[in-house]
Design a protein around this ligand. Structure first.
Ligand code: HEM
Length: 179
């Protein structure tokens, strides 16, 4: 998993808990590289999960909520750093439909070592999109946060339902209905 993701998770934690607390929590967590992550490095996703658990233990915020919040944080990082992807789309459904076949394809060209999930989408109506996420990594909640943040980015409000995908606990179908 790309170092940028770790760097952003640590910045979110610094923003929420302060630098000293973050240093202390990372010191107490058994991490490879002693918790020194650079944006250009690549690290196992299991390290990300350990960091989320450590901040959850520290703060009492559930790992689920932390991953969701991190999805929002990461989305605003992408909006700032990859503005062209968003400028080309006028609504959240068009952006979400473009993640698998356009956006992540470009990401893979830029960073061949990126580990990306797979999405499929089904537009049921102008107001209703089904999006199935699947990954070998346990990041469903992070993905949920990214979808919420994408709706926010386009000032759209939706009810987001979820149903399990048989045989993969890291996969889910999001049922997104604009309200
Ligand atoms: C401009 C928009 C976007 C950019 C530049 C982008 C880029 C990236 C990058 C660089 C990674 C990390 C890959 C790695 O760690 O090796 C990633 C992962 C991921 N992206 Fe995107 N992404 C964008 C939009 C989205 C959107 C809208 C969604 C959600 C619907 C999404 C869902 C995910 C998820 C869930 C992962 C984590 C990897 C996994 O689940 O297996 N991305 N993306």
């Amino acid at each position: 998993m790309k170092g940028t993701i770790f760097v952003e998770l640590i910045s979110m934690a610094e923003d929420a808990f302060g630098e000293d607390v973050v240093d202390q929590v990372l010191d107490q967590t058994d991490l490879e590289n002693d918790g020194a992550f650079t944006a250009v490095g690549n690290y196992p996703c299991s390290e990300l999960v350990k960091i989320v658990m450590a901040f959850s233990d520290h703060s009492g915020i559930s790992p689920t909520d932390l991953q969701r919040k991190f999805g929002h944080w990461m989305m605003s990082h992408f909006v700032d750093n990859y503005a062209e992807f968003f400028a080309k789309k006028t609504d959240s459904f068009s952006l979400l439909e473009a993640v698998d076949g356009e956006i992540h394809v470009e990401v893979k060209k830029l960073y061949p070592e990126a580990e990306l999930p797979v999405f499929s989408t089904h537009r049921i109506s102008d107001q209703h999109l089904e999006m199935t996420y699947s990954s070998p990594r346990p990041l469903v909640e992070f993905c949920h946060g990214m979808i919420e943040a994408c709706l926010d980015r386009y000032d759209q409000v939706a009810k987001i339902g979820r149903s399990a995908v048989e045989g993969n606990s890291n996969a889910v179908t999001f049922d997104i209905q604009l309200t």
